[in-house]
Design a binder for this molecule. Structure first.
Ligand code: G3P
Length: 218
């Protein structure tokens, strides 16, 4: 399973990259705004900087909601760097744009996916990734992990190449459940990823090893 970090924060991206297990980055307009990145030139430069920090794919989202402008924006984003994946929402115009990008050899991440039907359309249009939003489904008392499992199963029936990128990850437990559901990728803030390291028996075991070493070696 690939690990992407879901942030536009350069310090956190660098920290995740330094861990050695980072496969890519996803951003969205909310995450860019959170970092105070505004204006087209600054936004494009920020994407380029992220691409220079990480080795893997970097999802950059279009702002336009109509087909023509999605295509224009996506082409500008894709031309920025070979690691850029154009992130497009699952709407009627979005699907048309994904199909256009597929035909042009531009990779896409179909975002804001909340149903198996939406994921089916994304795969048929040739999306490189599909992003079901786990946490936001859980927020409305639905089951985000179950949706990930259903999409993985459905793509398996037909052999679609589209990778299932579980997004809106809010906890370490979400990451583990996505791995068990067969997600190809999770995208998460840094803290839930670091949470995978934690176990009280690791801490107490290490403490005991060091204490025993000191007893003999001083
Ligand atoms: O990748 C999508 C993600 O950023 C949404 O996360 O926590 O805002 O639902 P969240």
């Amino acid at each position: 399973m690939k690990f992407f970090i879901d942030t536009a924060n350069l310090a956190q991206i660098k920290e995740a990259q330094a861990l050695g297990v980072l496969d890519g980055v996803t951003t969205n307009p909310s995450l860019m705004a959170k970092e105070g990145i505004k204006g087209q030139e600054n936004i494009l430069n920020h994407y380029k900087t992220i691409c220079e920090i990480v080795d893997g794919d970097v999802s950059a989202e279009v702002i336009a909601t109509d087909y023509e402008n999605m295509v224009k924006e996506g082409e500008i984003l894709a031309a920025l760097h070979p690691q850029i994946v154009v992130k497009v929402p699952i709407t009627k115009d979005g699907i048309k744009a994904i199909k256009y990008f597929t035909n042009k050899g531009i990779r896409t991440n179909c975002t804001l996916v909340f149903s198996v039907g939406q994921a089916l359309l994304a795969a048929k249009a040739g999306a490189s990734y599909v992003s079901p939003f786990v946490g936001r489904l859980d927020d409305i008392a639905s089951d985000g992990i179950e949706l990930v499992a259903q999409i993985v199963e459905m793509y398996g029936f037909y052999g679609y190449d589209t990778e299932v990128l579980a997004a809106s990850i809010r906890s370490t437990q979400h990451i583990i459940q996505c791995a068990q559901a067969g997600a190809d990728v999770i995208t998460s803030p840094l803290e839930p990823i670091l949470g995978l390291l934690k176990h009280p028996l690791t801490d107490s075991g290490l403490e005991k090893f060091l204490a025993d070493y000191k007893k003999v070696n001083g």
